[in-house]
Design a protein. Structure first.
Length: 279
């Protein structure tokens, strides 16, 4: 199984360089992984000035910011021979040796597996809040936000978009469209849509560190998100509030679709990947 892994960015070159160094050095089979840097109209176009030897890495530049999630549709449309297609945050250090082989193994073993992530939750409240976290984040992150350790793979009701890898055949069930919210809550909505289509969703035991947990932020990326949001919502909200507004809107959509319309929330997922309604 070959993997196409996209990393959407707006600026953030220094952080991305650290991310790529860890990712590439811990990839077991570089002949079966393509890394795609998705430049969402950075002020200074991203270029691979020194391409690592033996690494299949390309840059895809958009003339406008399409956001994080819609980039998956671009990869799906462009790389039609990819068996597995994923998205990853530009500020994620993957420490797991052979992370790619581990992900492949689970997709090969379970033909119903549609999505895996490095972190997720096994329950959701009535108001759309994630509960029962699972994933192997670094020691410092565990002190702030402890989670259940995953040895191989664990069922997940929702996942974190820090790293998501999809089976190609499962992607149409996500129902993507242009002008989606550029961030927040599709990593909650999509697992539910996948299960409705008969797919399973889980968290693979991968050692990682998410830099944003330690307050590493990129101003250019934050400003690009504010611009996207203000253009479409006819508002001039300050940069400090835009992320919260988008998060709130994402939660409203999630709760409406799977709480009010479907009646699934609150819920938990069991060891057989079945969603169980809770009180």
């Amino acid at each position: 199984m070959n993997i196409v892994l996209g990393i959407p960015v707006v600026g953030g070159k220094e952080v991305l360089a650290i991310t790529l160094a860890h990712l590439i050095s811990n990839t077991a089979d570089l002949t079966r992984v393509k890394f795609v840097i998705i430049d969402n109209n950075s002020n200074e176009p991203f270029r691979m000035e020194q391409k690592p030897k033996g690494v299949d890495i390309v840059v895809m530049r958009n003339n406008k910011n399409v956001g994080y999630f819609y980039a998956l549709q671009q990869l799906y449309d462009k790389y039609k021979d990819a068996h597995l297609i994923g998205l990853m945050h530009f500020d994620l250090a993957v420490y797991e040796k052979g992370w790619d082989n581990k992900i492949r193994l689970h997709f090969k073993m379970d033909k119903k597996l549609g999505l895996v992530s490095a972190f997720g939750w096994q329950g959701v409240t009535e108001m759309g809040q994630d509960i029962l976290p699972v994933g192997n984040s670094d020691v410092e992150s565990q002190k702030i936000y402890p989670s259940k350790h995953v040895k191989d793979i664990a069922p997940a009701a929702t996942v974190d978009s820090i790293l998501m890898v999809f089976r190609r055949q499962a992607i149409p069930a996500l129902r993507m469209y242009k002008n989606m919210l550029p961030k927040h809550f599709y990593d909650k909505i999509w697992p539910f849509r996948l299960r409705e289509a008969g797919w399973r969703t889980g968290v693979v035991g991968l050692s990682f560190q998410h830099f944003s947990n330690n307050r590493v932020k990129d101003i250019e990326q934050a400003e690009a998100f504010r611009k996207w949001f203000c253009e479409r919502w006819d508002t001039n909200a300050p940069i400090e509030l835009v992320d919260d507004l988008a998060y709130f809107e994402g939660r409203v959509r999630f709760v409406h679709e799977f709480g009010e319309l479907r009646g699934i929330l609150p819920c938990k997922i069991n060891k057989n990947y079945q969603i169980i309604k809770t009180k």
